[in-house]
Design a protein around this ligand. Structure first.
Ligand code: DQA
Length: 139
């Protein structure tokens, strides 16, 4: 089974960025834990601060991988292009947010990903990625 985690803008700063919201662990160290936990899964990780690169990656993996875990970060709330890419590919996308976006600013409550996501997880901290991968193993 091949699963990719795609993280959007500013998530490269995890560990340093607003730790009261996003925690103090880097994504790289969390990803190592995930790889150990899901050792039978071929797991990939991609992060970009550039909208078009995220769209290109969705196109690249979206017809061959078994699952995509997408935290499009701020682009979630703005990007029709990423929303259309999620709609246009075949692989199921699970949308993840570390924080509870519905307990935050109004603008974070709009998602261009959710209408075409296979599921949405938010507010579980980094554990949300773990749960998203579990969901692919169950399906
Ligand atoms: C986020 C929530 C977004 O609103 C925000 O722009 C992010 C991170 C989250 O994981 O909680 O960058 O996607």
């Amino acid at each position: 089974m091949k699963i990719i985690i795609i993280n959007g803008p500013n998530l490269n700063l995890l560990g340093k960025r607003e730790p009261e919201i996003y925690g103090s662990k880097t994504f790289e160290s969390y990803f190592e834990e995930l790889q150990l936990k899901f050792e039978k899964v071929q797991m990939f990780y991609f992060q970009s601060n550039i909208e078009g690169e995220i769209i290109d990656k969705l196109h690249e993996v979206g017809f061959s991988y078994d699952g995509i875990v997408l935290n499009a970060a701020a682009y979630t709330h703005t990007s029709v292009g990423i929303g259309d890419a999620v709609k246009g590919i075949e692989t199921k996308v699970i949308e993840v947010h570390i924080s509870n976006v519905h307990a935050r600013e109004e603008f974070r409550q709009q998602s261009y990903i959710s209408p075409n996501a296979g599921g949405v997880l938010f507010g579980f901290g980094l554990k949300g990625y773990d749960l998203a991968i579990e969901s692919f193993l169950l399906s």
